[in-house]
Design a protein around this ligand. Structure first.
Ligand code: FAD
Length: 291
């Protein structure tokens, strides 16, 4: 099922994100975690591509397994920045063969090696180049893109970031998923600005339940997200008590989702990070609110 069909709901729907294993040996345990999450019947599941150290070759295998055996629509991520045109076209063909219908088209993060290399030799400089290639490949995917309520860390200002975001949408993105954020007001402000800029596709806010104190620093560093005082206090208080932090982090994410829905947002993506217990708890916290 194309995700663009899903986003017409007026009740609250949750989707969950998983990532492929970092090693071959971890494949079975990751597969089983993704299956446990699929059993929760989310509106869809996204499978990252190499992010967080996961190996990209399992993205398709996991997405296909969830779709075929659990009938949960899947969104397979694909990055392009370190790829050749040939590799990307091969990946697109492999996605078609695997029956994938939804692709998240991303540039990918710049590694220190890439940062030092000659950009004029890159086959792909931005996600928009990948979106063009997917479109011209003849594949009939529903394409998603990434967006950043607090601007992308490489951008100098929001106006420019939104200008490039509009280019991605005009190139063929049917929806956008946001980077994590811990203050919903930043999202509301961003929505106002992008709508004003003429971006009308569905925006799926990404909520990250922070469930352990050590995760905070890494998550904030990667995303550049602002930490509201309420969130900081929670991490200060519970960051060194694993069970308490998990409970508090899930409660914070639940609260964010309730506020998003109260403000008219019906599709929320949860960065569930291969943790079925966290996904299940958020879902059960919202049992009387979910559609
Ligand atoms: P782009 O859209 O190319 O934007 C990157 C920067 O370039 C921005 O500053 C933008 O303003 C600027 N820019 C865009 N177009 C142009 C242009 N034409 N000219 C000049 N500047 C331009 N990473 C992974 O490795 N695997 C994943 O699975 C993954 N999943 C993600 C899912 C989501 C929802 C998000 C938010 C991020 C994800 N990432 C993933 C991280 C992502 O790869 C990084 O954030 C990356 O740095 C940017 O990717 P992008 O697709 O947003 O890039």
């Amino acid at each position: 099922m194309k995700l663009s069909e899903l986003f017409k709901n007026d009740k609250l729907s949750l989707s969950f994100e998983v990532f492929p294993p970092k090693t071959d040996m971890a494949f079975d345990s990751v597969k089983s975690a993704t299956e446990e999450i699929a059993k929760l019947r989310p509106s869809f599941m996204s499978v990252t591509y190499g992010a967080g150290g996961g190996t990209s070759r399992y993205t398709l295998e996991i997405a296909k397994n969830i779709k075929e055996h659990y009938s949960v629509p899947t969104l397979a991520h694909l990055t392009c920045v370190s790829s050749t045109k040939e590799t990307v076209l091969e990946k697109i063909e492999a996605m078609k063969d695997a029956g994938i219908e939804n692709v998240m088209a991303l540039r990918g993060d710049l590694t220190p090696e890439l940062e030092k290399s000659d950009r004029s030799k890159w086959a792909y400089r931005h996600a928009v180049d990948l979106i063009h290639d997917i479109k011209t490949s003849g594949a009939d995917f529903c394409i998603g893109g990434a967006c950043y309520p607090e601007i992308h860390p490489e951008s100098t200002n929001q106006k420019e970031d939104i200008k490039y975001l509009k280019e991605k949408v005009d190139a063929g993105c049917s929806f956008l998923t946001t980077q994590m954020f811990f203050d919903n007001n930043l999202l509301y402000n961003f929505l106002y600005k992008i709508r004003e800029a003429g971006i009308t596709v569905p925006i799926i806010p990404g909520v990250m339940p922070i469930t352990n104190g050590n995760q905070v620093e890494r998550a904030i560093k990667l995303s550049g997200s602002f930490m509201p005082q309420r969130f900081k206090s929670l991490v200060d208080k519970f960051g060194t008590s694993p069970e308490a932090m998990k409970q508090a982090g899930i409660a914070y994410a639940t609260d964010q989702i309730i506020d998003l829905f109260a403000n008219g947002i019906t599709n929320v993506h949860v960065y569930s990070m291969n943790k079925p217990d966290v996904a299940a708890k958020i879902q059960s916290n919202l049992s009387d609110i979910l559609g």
